[in-house]
Design a protein around this ligand. Structure first.
Ligand code: NAX
Length: 330
């Protein structure tokens, strides 16, 4: 058995936390031979802290062989102390009548503090995955605030969007999920995200040769993926939780392991200027992991006018978000 790794999860008493934690403790994220010590971080408020106690009791009651310890805390020094992974799930939800700019600023403050605490207290090899929305910009803030931690350690999640796109294509083509490969999300995890079917395949064939319905591919498919989160809220009365937790398991597991030859995963990472995305923005790209803690943005995928115009729009939104929060950074 390997030595345990420490994994921090913020917002651990929330609904994604509830769906996520047992799966990490069961070995689905880091493998069946990797023990974990979970650092559960919540706000210092009675109700979530009480709920967190219940989550910890349930984790104990699962008697997971890989769960080597549980820390419950509101203190960021303790929460991020020695952690190898920081999964930043908790954030402030958008309240009734709240402007997007206010949401960005309120969450910005949270991620400044968390970025600073990660730099100060986490393990030297710490890696960060941001889920709490607006996740790209929150990730950008955390990265700017975590002085001394390499930017390549910071990612944000568009894997749920990729999984949604893959499922929609499989359903439309009437094929198993496994027949669809290479689905890809560009840009911001928001309603401007760009689900790309041009580089995906179904049973090894280009998508548009199997689904001969350009109107659906550029219309309904696009909108369904972009607005799936809102559709789930409308149906369930709360936002995606099981699928979001599942996507985070996929996101981290696929960054830890080497990506199989010829494949990529959608991951929001710091732009190096590829595909016309300004350097420094946290944007979703096709990414390949090397299994040693590193990754590469896949270069040279052919683009077209449709993709370019959609990517330009989502990048514009990312720049706008960055400009709103950048005054918070010292
Ligand atoms: P919940 O409201 O159920 O839980 C959030 C939890 O975070 C709460 O328990 C709250 O007390 C805690 N929290 C808030 N601020 C915190 C802080 N500063 N430190 C520690 N804990 C804090 O939300 P949930 O459904 O779990 O969603 C969590 C976040 O994921 C939201 O921001 C949501 O928008 C985002 N999502 C992101 C997705 C993605 O694909 N990137 C998809 C799913 C989800 O919508």
């Amino acid at each position: 058995m390997k030595a345990p790794i420490r994994v921090a999860v913020t917002g651990a008493a929330g609904q994604i936390g509830y769906a996520l934690l047992p799966r990490i403790a069961a070995g689905e994220m880091f493998g069946p031979d990797q023990p974990v010590i979970l650092h559960l971080i919540e706000v210092p408020v009675e109700k979530p802290l009480q709920a967190l106690g219940g989550v910890a009791m349930e984790l104990a009651d699962c008697a997971f062989g890989l769960l080597a310890g549980v820390v419950q805390t509101s203190d960021l020094a303790e929460g991020f102390g020695g952690v190898n992974w920081a999964l930043l799930v908790g954030s402030k939800p958008r309240g009734p009548g709240m402007e997007r700019n206010d949401l960005l600023k309120d969450n910005g403050k949270i991620f400044v503090g968390q970025g600073q605490a990660i730099a100060k207290h986490a393990a030297k090899d710490v890696r960060v995955a941001v889920v709490g929305n607006p996740c790209n910009t929150n990730c950008w803030i955390a990265l700017q605030s975590a002085k001394g931690v390499p930017a390549s350690r910071f990612t944000a999640m568009t894997r749920l969007d990729q999984n949604r796109a893959q499922a929609q294509l499989a359903a439309k083509a009437g094929v198993p999920i496994s027949a669809v490969a290479g689905t890809l999300i560009w840009g911001n995890h928001s309603s401007t995200q760009v689900p790309d079917t041009f580089h995906a395949t179904i049973n090894g064939q280009p998508v548009n040769e199997v689904i001969r319905d350009k109107e659906w591919l550029e219309g309904e498919f696009f909108k369904t993926v972009q607005q799936r989160g809102a559709a789930i809220i409308a149906a369930r009365g709360s936002s995606s939780a099981a699928s979001a937790a599942n996507a985070l398991i996929d996101h981290v597991r696929d960054l830890v392991r080497p990506t199989p030859a010829g494949q990529w995963r959608s991951v929001c990472v710091e732009s190096d200027g590829s595909y016309g995305v300004p350097k420094g923005l946290i944007s979703s790209f096709p990414v390949r992991a090397d299994g040693q803690g590193g990754y590469q943005i896949v270069k040279g995928l052919p683009m077209n006018a449709f993709l370019e115009s959609k990517i330009a729009a989502t990048v514009k939104e990312l720049e706008m978000e960055r400009d709103i929060v950048s005054s918070m950074l010292t």
